[in-house]
Every structure is written in C-alpha cells, then in structure tokens.
Design a protein around this ligand. Sequence first.
Ligand code: NAD
Length: 361
Amino acid sequence: MQVFSHKEALGHEQVVFCRNDAAGLKAIVAIHDTTLGPALGGCRMWPYASEDEALRDVLRLSRGMTYKAACAGLNLGGGKSVIIADPRKDKSEALFRAFGRFVESLGGRYITAEDVGTAVADMDVIAMETRHVTGTSATTGGSGDPSPVTAWGVFHGIKAACAHAFGSADLRGRRVAIQGVGNVGLNLARYLAGEGADLWVSDIDPERCERARREYDARIVVDDDIFGLDVDVLAPCALGGILNDRTIPAIKARVVAGGANNQLDDEERHGRALQERGIVYAPDYVINAGGLINVNAELHRAPREKALRDAEGIFDTLTRIFRLADEKRLPTGAASNAVAEQRIARIAEVQRVRLPLASRP
Ligand code: NAD
C-alpha cells in the first residue's frame, strides 16, 4: 500500500495509523491542513473491504474537511479518522477508549467528532480519554447530535440552489428526492415537508423509508431508481461516490444538493459532467458544513441557536459560489475550491507576521 505517493495524498500534513489488538482497534487519523486551526473532523466506523479502501476514504474525507472549514469561514483545519470495524457488532468501551488515547496523543492537532457509524454515546466514551472530542452528549456539556444543524444548512443550501436554478427559493410544491433517510436525511425531510415540498425517499434500510413515509408523507423509491426520478431536486444524503458515470446520465433533476460527503466519484470529471448537463450542483462540503458549524459552536460554548443561525449562512456562501462558477464557467466544485484555497492562502500570509514572544499563546 502506498502512503506518501497515494493518489489521494494531496498535501496532507500527517497520517497516523493506530492499533490496539486487545481492544480490537485498527484506525487511521489523517490531518490534512492546519493553517486555519486544529484539524477537526468526524470519526467514521465502517467495515472497509481493505486497508487501502480505508486509507483512501480518510485521505479524501480529511481534505474535504479543510475545504469545508475554509469555505464556512471557520478557524479550523481539516482532519478525519476511520475505524476499520463493523459498527453493528464491534463497538466496545475498550475500542473507543483506545481510540481516544490516540486522539489525546496528538495534543489537540486533531479534534474528533461523530460520523457515519459512530454516535453521541461513542463520543462520550472517547471523552474518557481525551479532551479533543466534540459532539458528546448534552448532559456532559457537549452539543449532542449535529445532524439537525447539518440538515438545516442543507435545507438552506437547497433553497440557494433552487433560487439559482429556478429563480425562487420557495420550496412549496418543489419535488425533492432524498437518497438516504438517516440522521441527516430524515431531519432534512422534516424541514422540507414543513415548507410544503413533495418528497421521494430511498434507503437500504426499509424501516427508515417507512418512517419518512409515515411522518412526512414521502413516497418510497427502490435503490438507484432515485436517480432517474422526474423531480426538481436530488438530495444525496447517504454515502459518497454516488455521482458517477452510471448515475449522472440518469439524473433528471435540475438541482443536486444534499448532505453526503464526497458525492462526486471523480471530483473533476463528474463535476464537469454535471456542469455540461446544466445541473446546479451544490458542492457537498459547502452545503453540509452545518455539522461542523455546530461543533465549532460547541468548542466556543455557544448555544445551538447560534449554530442554526450560522448554518443559514450557507445560503449566501453557495449563492456566491454559483455566481463565481457562472462567471468563470467553472464547475461549482472548482469555484468552491478556489474560494477555500484563497482564504487559506490569505490567512497563511497574515500568519507570516511574527508576533513578539510575549504575545504568543
Ligand atoms: P446515517 O448513517 O445516519 O444515514 C445514512 C443513511 O443512508 C442510512 O439510513 C443508510 O441506511 C442509508 N444508506 C446507505 N447506503 C445507501 C444506499 N446505497 N442507498 C440508500 N440509502 C443508503 O448517516 P448521517 O449522519 O445521516 O450522514 C449521511 C451523510 O451525510 C454521510 O455521507 C455523512 O458523512 C454526511 N454528513 C453528515 C453530517 C452529520 O451531521 N451527521 C455532517 C456532514 C456530513
């Protein structure tokens, strides 16, 4: 397995392989860029088919976090971790405490949080071993489940994308298809139904679909049929890589805007393919920044109301990105990358000014 020359190792600062056989822990922490602040990003637990697949995922996800924090205007760097294990049967106190000790050993360069396969209760266990964890339960001073804030940001991002594509941010009567009605997708369904949108949902877990049908009157779609529906908006809220050679030609929606990370299988090629088809694509890391905004509020001990208000700012950020993309004839992902890279470069320049010793922390 290649690490330094891995094709996804694009400017990463540090990659840490963590192993504790007694606890059954095999994890990788990737710190992509700490120019803006400590690297913050969730801990994904997944039964990866291979170590290379886990490495690829953590490298991609951590880089995405750098861009996400930069675009969201936060003073955080990009990081992520993956635990190679099955969340349905491999969770234990020892495993998460062992992981927590590795996080602590990084001295705050990496701050962890929940992600696919991990939950608030797991963050509470990690917190037994490290201070550098967010998303712990509200009773222990944490901000709890970030997904309602993530979904709130996605909801406002969908409004921005609809304003750009259809000339109106009003979602009444808009037809929206959500792939994946887990924590983010189901909260998104709630906000969308609240504004009068018509919903279609798909999920590999039939119970989740059933819940969306019962609570939000959503129509249930089987598997990949979700991509070819005659709807206005496709909101991918499951896993990554789902915008690819097979799915993009089938998409009828004018807007693709959802909460999942790394939606484009190939960032450049598939970003361009969406642009060529005239689809308004909300770059994933911009539209799903609400979770990060939420944990950032937690780090600053700000209340959830502040996180929700800040997540509404995703509307303006996306509007700016859509306009830049149009102006420069770029895929929207290239436009958001440019916005993020420009901020990082500018702040790196600011940091060149050396402060006197006495005023350093
Ligand atoms: P989750 O595990 O609660 O939900 C994911 C859902 O997708 C599950 O219900 C699962 O059954 C379903 N799913 C998996 N594969 C599918 C497929 N092929 N087709 C249809 N459904 C499928 O996770 P979540 O917290 O809701 O996160 C969803 C996505 O959003 C992930 O990509 C995550 O990285 C991203 N995200 C989440 C947050 C957050 O605050 N939770 C923040 C930012 C980004």
